[in-house]
Design a protein around this ligand. Structure first.
Ligand code: GDG
Length: 457
């Protein structure tokens, strides 16, 4: 009989949630495979006055436990500390970070309130798995409530070098929070090494022979578990009627031109302006390419009430307009930039007809788009993945065309090289990439994390 699994993440896959991405599917599977469990998170509701309890309801074998946020909590915990301090610092953008003590107080309050609520729902033999940067203090709050069971944490975004992490005035509080877990998982060896070095150099941590670290009177394991996707599912979506129909609609617009494709949440970590500039530069430098290629960037807006995101939107609007005005012609629009989301099936169909995918974040925990693009390709005519060396995925995907997203000239060359790459080389690279994507898929990620966590028991 396996232990009951309790998952906590800021957003859940509760019925009615707008996006059912790979992560939601993976965590639902983890719960279903165990014959059920609890999924705790924010309801998505913002209320005027504090509500103390959780809303409990079952969906199949999963018991959802959802808590609301007050307006002040939403502003301070979610928009404030999570997305104006942790997100920028963890993506090496200390220039965009707001270090506001009141925001941190709200972050603590929500982690405490949610930690206590979750502690009330757990039984001693349960295993708890908490996700991502919103909830770094929740484990410590659960321990403070007297809960002593198995507990793991997975960070979906990068863990920065200690020299950058320590810019956060509350870095030590956060690290103490993480030390409450038995296992802390990271996307890449780069992140794991940063975290371990921070504990050893800044917190008096001591590495033990078995690789665990003794720190803050606890013994902690910190290891890498790179997140994956379900590649078979994505390949199926790519040839589904919805996938084919999206591809046909776009195909009619771009006629027989080669497609360069990108899809990213509109976030400053994704390197969107640099990517557009590189496409423009390629057109500047290679007149022969003009009129033969179209770049489609899908960029659904996110976190629109955070200033840095509004500035990005304005920058992208200007850049796309300028490049199109400079290079476009009566019958050719070089860049199609769409600030809205599309169904997963449509994305999969578009990945499949793209000759080149531009996945060039300035910094990224993993980047699932890179893996989805590879999974959606036609093995007989695969497209080329251009991937930032600063995406976590680069650690596992050396057969992509790896680029430095700050090097506009280098990216422009890579786009041209991708567009001209002979079929044999495209196949060879794709075969190596898809093997890796299949080997470390989403099931591998959750099974290996939970196995490592339960080894302690
Ligand atoms: C965080 C970390 C890490 C995008 N546009 C649409 C849409 N998407 C889907 C993609 C993909 C997902 O959203 C984005 O995942 P990423 O991994 O690229 O990036 P983040 O959202 O920043 O995710 C990241 C991830 O967590 C998992 O651990 O890899 O590093 O930052 O699945 O396809 N989906 C739909 N319509 C869109 O318009 N349906």
């Amino acid at each position: 009989m396996s232990r009951r699994l309790i998952i906590a993440s800021n957003r859940t896959a509760a019925p009615g949630e707008p996006r059912a991405g790979g992560l939601a599917v993976a965590l639902s599977d983890a719960l279903n495979e165990r014959g059920g469990g609890v999924w705790f998170g924010w309801s998505g509701e913002v209320v005027e006055r504090e509500t103390r309890g959780v809303r409990l309801f079952a969906d199949g074998a999963i018991d959802f436990a959802l808590a609301d946020l007050t307006q002040a909590e939403h502003d301070g915990f979610y928009l404030g500390y999570s997305n104006r301090a942790l997100w920028p610092v963890f993506h090496y953008r200390t220039d965009l970070a707001h270090f506001d003590e009141e925001d941190f107080a709200a972050y603590e309050t929500v982690n405490r309130r949610f930690g206590r609520l979750l502690a009330q729902l757990t039984r001693p033999e349960d295993v708890v798995w908490i996700h991502d940067y919103h909830f770094m203090l929740m484990g410590a709050e659960m321990r403070a409530s007297g809960w002593d069971g198995l507990m793991g944490f997975f960070l979906h975004i990068p863990f920065p070098a200690p020299e950058v992490f320590t810019a956060l005035p509350q870095h030590q509080r956060l690290a103490r929070g993480l030390a409450a877990f038995d296992l802390v998982g990271f996307q890449t060896d780069r992140d794991t090494a940063n975290f371990r070095r921070y504990l050893l150099e800044h917190c008096g941590g001591v590495q033990r022979e078995d690789g665990t670290i003794r720190v803050f009177d606890r013994v902690l394991r910190a290891e890498t578990f790179s997140i994956g996707i379900d590649p078979e599912d994505f390949a199926r979506l790519a040839v589904s009627p919805e996938g084919r129909s999206a591809a046909e609609r776009l195909g009619r617009m771009i006629e027989n031109r080669a497609l360069v494709f990108g899809v990213d949440r509109m976030d400053y970590s994704k390197g969107l302006p640099q990517r557009m500039a590189a496409f423009g530069r390629m057109l500047d430098e290679s007149p022969g390419m003009r009129g033969t290629v179209s770049f489609l960037q899908i960029a659904p807006p996110s976190r629109e009430s955070v200033d840095a995101y509004q500035a990005l939107r304005a920058e992208l609007d200007g850049l796309a307009g300028r490049i199109n005005a400079d290079h476009g012609d009566l019958d050719w629009v070089p860049i199609r930039y769409l600030a809205r989301g599309y169904p997963r099936e449509a994305l999969a169909g578009l990945y499949r007809i793209a000759r080149v995918a531009l996945v060039t974040p300035l910094y990224d925990g993993m980047n699932l788009v890179a893996k989805e693009f590879v999974a959606a390709q036609d093995p007989e005519d695969p497209g080329v993945l251009i991937l930032s060396g600063f995406a976590g995925a680069a650690e596992q995907m050396p057969d992509a065309l790896l680029v430095n997203p700050h090097d506009i000239a280098g990216m422009a060359d890579a786009i041209e090289r991708g567009l001209l790459m002979p079929i044999d080389e495209r196949k060879e690279r794709w075969n190596a990439l898809i093997t890796g994507v299949r080997e470390k898929d989403i099931a591998w990620w959750r099974v290996s994390f939970l196995k490592a966590l339960e080894e302690r028991a």
